[in-house]
Design a protein around this ligand. Sequence first.
Ligand SMILES: C[S@@+](CC[C@H](N)C(=O)[O-])C[C@H]1O[C@@H](n2cnc3c(N)ncnc32)[C@H](O)[C@@H]1O
Length: 200
Amino acid sequence: MQVWARLICLQPVMRAIEQHVPHSTERLIDLGSGYGLVSALTALRRDCIVIGIEASPPRLAIARHATTGHILNVSFQQGDIAQISLPSSDVVLLVDVLCLFTGDAQAHVLENCADSLCSGGALLIKDNTTTPRWKYKYTHLEERVKLWMGTYGVRAQAQPNYRTPDAWRQLITNANLSIEEERFIRSIAPYPGVIYLCRK
Ligand SMILES: C[S@@+](CC[C@H](N)C(=O)[O-])C[C@H]1O[C@@H](n2cnc3c(N)ncnc32)[C@H](O)[C@@H]1O
């Protein structure tokens, strides 16, 4: 059920990947890859090497179990994306991950992403923002409950760090990345999602 629900929520992300990740991509890194859904779906649609990096061992085990021997161009590594140096790549994905970090750590992760991207490479960020207000309040509460329950199996702060659109833009541009597109996800789902396509 959880995976099916996640698959529905991920549709706008998969459309953005379809649109913005070129077929010529050689290597794509999915940071905080969770159960590996985005990594696996992307690997099925592109010939490139896809590497998911995830901190939670149980999530990593499920991602590996679901893909090993079936999808040959995807692999998963354990790592804390705030600590490790990232392999170089053409595309980096950060899907619903940045909000789990403090402001300083968010800035550090983005600087790491910018360093790992080859010239002209793309960073695709999907996260939540603070408008519309009712969606923000609902999502904030849901995420707080998940964090309190230890859903992600990694040490994280007690509250999600969702930013206003202005604050997201500032964070991204401070990491020397330019924003090529900002797309607010308009759907009946109660999540105030926003997608940024950024370039080095
Ligand atoms: C909301 S889930 C999103 C998973 C996946 N990106 C997706 O869209 O299905 C956030 C993921 O980030 C992972 N995560 C949190 N902190 C991390 C860290 N410091 N390093 C690597 N992964 C981390 C969590 O374990 C969790 O799987």
